[in-house]
Design a protein around this ligand. Structure first.
Ligand code: NAP
Length: 535
C-alpha cells in the first residue's frame, strides 16, 4: 500500500511537533522531517516527541531527509557535517524508520556511506531503511537508464526515489513509464515523481503504480515541491484507496486545465458504480505538436492503461485531427462540427473521436422543455456567439430541424458558421447583434462568455427582450449558476436552462463512452454542483 507522507520543514522543536500532530490528524501515515536547516539536538528532540503519536497499531513513521541545496533543499554543509547529522539522528531509541540520502552524496562521501551503512538495515543500530534519491530541478535527466543502474548498485538501499521537474506533460508521463523499467531490473520499491503542473499525474497516480509512499500536503502548508496535492484531494477526489495496477486512467486535456471540474464529476461517477478507473487533469500546451506528443506518450506509456480523454479548449480541433491522422474514427457529427471533445482509447490501441457537447446541449434543452428532440423541428432559435460552443450547438439544433439565426459581434464569423450548417435539415443564417430584437425567437442561447465570473454584471442581450412564458432562454455560461441573462429571463417568466446542465449532460455521455455503463446521474450532478460551489 502506498503510504501518504506529509513533509515538514524542521527549524525549531515546537512548530515541528505541532506540524506532525496536525499531519497525523489530517490523515498522514508518515511524515518526512526535512532537516536541511536543523541542528542535531533539534532533530533528536523532534524524533523523541513523535514517540507518543500513535497511528493505528504503531506510531507515526518518519522519513529523515537532509536535502542539499544542489537538489533543491537548504543544506549547504560539507559531507562530514552531513555524516555527523545522520549519525546523531540515527543513534538511540528514537531513530526514524526511513532515512533519505542523495545518490550523489552516497557516491561522493565515504563518511556518509559508513554512517548510513551502520545505521540502516536489519543488523544495524537502528533498523532504519535507506532511501536513495535523486532530484533534478532543471528537467528530466538525460540518461535515465544510467541513473537507475547507479542506484541499483547501492546494496544498502531499501527504496529508490527519482524526481525531476517536468517541462511538459511528456516528462510527466515518462516518470510513470519509469516504473516498468525499474521493475524489470530491480524488485526493491521505487517512487518516481515529476514536479510542477506537468508532473501532477505522477503524484495522483502513485498508488496505481505501486509506489511505496507519496507526498501530500495537509492543505494548509504549501508542501515541499511544486504540484503536491493535498491529502484530501488524493483520498476524496482521486480515488487513492481504489487505485491498483489494473485501474484505467482517464483525463481532461486542456490549457489551462487546473480549474476543470471534470475530475470531480467523473471520479464521483466511477466511485458510484465501482468502476476501476481514475480521472486526472492533463495540462497540454496550446500547439498541435504538443497535443500530438502528449497523446502519443499517454498511449505508449507502459502500465498506464489509458481508457480515454475529455478534450477542452484549445484542443478540440486538434483532437479530431489527431484521431483521423492516427487511423482512428471520428463520428459524423463531430466531423461536421470539426471538433472532438472525447477520445475513447481501446485496449487494442484503436481510437474513436466523439463530440458530446452538441448532444449535451440538446439534452439540457429538451430536458428543461420536457420534450423529445423531434419536437424541436420548426422552432426558431437565436444563437449568440460563433465560437466552438456555438458551433456544436448550431450543429445539434440544425440536425433536428431548428431554424437558427447566429448573432455575433463579428458578422463574418457568424456567416461562415451559418454556411457550414445551412442545409443540414434546419435553416441556418447569420445576422449582426444589432438586429437581435427585430424578430421573436422560441429559443435564445448565449454561447459567448459574457456574464461569466468574475464579470457577472455582463449580459449579452438588452433588458427589453421580448420574452414571455413561451420563451426558452439557455445560457451556456455555468459560473455563476444563474447569470444576469437568466435572471432577466426568469423575471419575464421565460423558461431558463442553466449552463451547468449542458456540462453535466455532456459528461454523462462521456461517462457512458468511457465505461460502457449508464452514468450515475444524481451523483455526477451533485459532484458538479459541489465542485462549482453551487450546493
Ligand atoms: P470561443 O470559441 O472563444 O467563442 C467565443 C464567442 O463569443 C465568439 O463568437 C466571440 O466573438 C464571442 N465573444 C467573446 N467575447 C465577447 C464579448 N465581450 N461580447 C460579445 N461577444 C463575445 O469560446 P467557446 O468555446 O465557444 O465558449 C464560449 C462560452 O461558452 C464559454 O465562455 C463558456 O462559458 C460556454 N461553454 C459552456 C459549456 C458548457 O458545458 N456549459 C461548454 C463550452 C462552452 P468573436 O468571434 O467576435 O470573437
Amino acid at each position: 500500500m502506498t503510504k501518504l507522507v506529509v513533509p515538514i520543514f524542521v527549524t525549531a522543536v515546537a512548530p515541528a511537533v505541532a506540524a506532525m500532530s496536525h499531519a497525523r490528524a489530517a490523515g498522514a501515515e508518515m511524515v518526512e522531517l526535512r532537516c536541511d536547516l536543523a541542528k542535531a539536538p533539534v532533530i533528536r528532540e523532534v524524533l523523541a516527541a513523535r514517540r507518543g503519536m500513535r497511528l493505528g497499531d504503531g506510531h507515526l513513521e518518519v522519513i529523515l531527509t537532509i536535502r542539499s541545496a544542489r537538489e533543491g533543499g537548504g543544506f549547504v554543509g560539507d559531507d562530514d557535517t552531513l555524516a555527523q547529522l545522520y549519525h546523531q539522528a540515527m543513534v538511540g531509541p528514537d531513530a526514524p524508520e526511513l532515512v533519505d540520502v542523495e545518490l550523489e552524496a552516497w557516491q561522493r562521501s565515504s563518511a556518509v556511506r559508513q554512517v548510513l551503512t551502520n545505521a540502516t538495515g536489519p543488523q544495524s543500530i537502528s533498523a532504519a531503511r535507506l532511501i536513495v534519491s535523486s532530484h533534478d530541478w532543471t528537467g528530466c535527466p538525460a540518461d535515465l537508464d544510467a541513473l537507475l543502474a547507479a542506484m541499483h548498485e547501492v546494496d544498502a538501499a531499501a527504496i529508490f526515489k527519482v524526481v525531476w521537474k517536468a517541462q511538459n506533460i511528456v516528462d510527466g508521463v515518462r516518470a510513470l513509464g519509469l516504473y516498468a523499467r525499474h521493475v524489470a531490473t530491480d524488485k526493491r520499491p521505487f517512487l518516481c515523481l515529476a514536479m510542477g503542473e506537468f508532473g501532477v499525474i505522477t503524484r495522483l497516480l502513485a498508488a496505481k503504480f505501486g509506489a511505496p509512499f507519496n507526498f501530500a500536503t495537509t492543505g494548509v502548508e504549501g508542501g515541499s515541491a511544486p504540484g503536491q496535492p493535498s491529502l484530501a484531494q488524493l483520498t476524496n477526489l482521486y480515488r487513492w484507496n481504489s487505485q491498483r495496477p489494473s485501474t484505467r486512467v482517464f483525463g481532461v486535456i486542456g490549457w489551462p486545465v487546473g480549474h476543470s471540474i471534470s475530475p470531480a464529476i467523473h471520479n464521483a461517477g466511477f466511485a458510484a458504480v465501482d468502476f476501476d478507473g481514475v480521472y486526472v487533469p492533463l495540462a497540454v500546451e496550446p500547439e498541435y505538436d504538443k497535443f500530438c506528443s502528449a497523446l502519443d506518450a499517454i498511449r505508449r506509456c507502459p502500465g498506464l492503461n489509458p481508457g480515454g480523454v475529455s478534450v477542452t479548449i484549445p484542443h478540440k480541433h486538434h483532437a479530431m485531427r489527431y484521431v483521423l491522422e492516427h487511423g482512428g474514427t471520428v463520428e459524423d457529427i463531430a466531423n461536421h462540427i470539426q471538433a472532438v471533445n472525447t477520445i475513447l482509447l481501446a485496449p487494442d490501441g484503436t481510437m474513436t473521436g466523439l463530440n458530446t457537447d452538441y448532444a449535451g446541449a440538446l439534452n439540457a434543452l429538451t430536458g428543461a422543455m420536457r420534450v423529445d428532440r423531434r419536437s424541436l423541428n420548426g422552432k426558431r432559435a437565436a444563437v449568440l456567439g460563433a465560437g466552438g460552443a456555438a458551433r456544436a450547438i448550431v450543429a445539434g439544433l440544425a440536425a433536428w430541424g431548428v431554424q437558427v439565426t447566429i448573432f455575433n459581434r463579428g458578422l463574418e464569423k457568424a456567416s461562415t458558421l451559418a454556411r457550414d450548417f445551412a442545409g443540414r435539415t434546419g435553416m441556418v443564417d447569420a445576422a449582426p447583434m444589432e438586429r437581435l430584437r427585430e424578430r421573436v425567437y422560441d429559443i435564445y442561447i448565449n454561447c459567448t462568455p459574457v456574464g461569466m465570473s468574475p464579470n457577472t454584471e455582463g449580459c449579452p442581450v438588452p433588458e427589453d427582450m421580448p420574452w414571455n412564458s413561451r420563451t426558452v432562454v439557455f445560457d451556456t455560461v455555468y459560473n455563476p449558476h444563474e447569470t444576469k441573462m437568466l435572471q432577466l429571463a426568469r423575471a419575464k417568466g421565460a423558461m431558463v436552462v442553466h449552463g451547468v446542465e449542458m456540462l453535466i449532460q455532456q459528461a454523462l455521455l462521456q461517462f457512458t463512452g468511457f465505461t460502457s455503463q449508464p452514468a450515475p446521474e444524481a451523483v455526477m450532478r451533485q459532484a458538479a454542483r459541489t465542485a462549482l460551489g453551487q450546493g
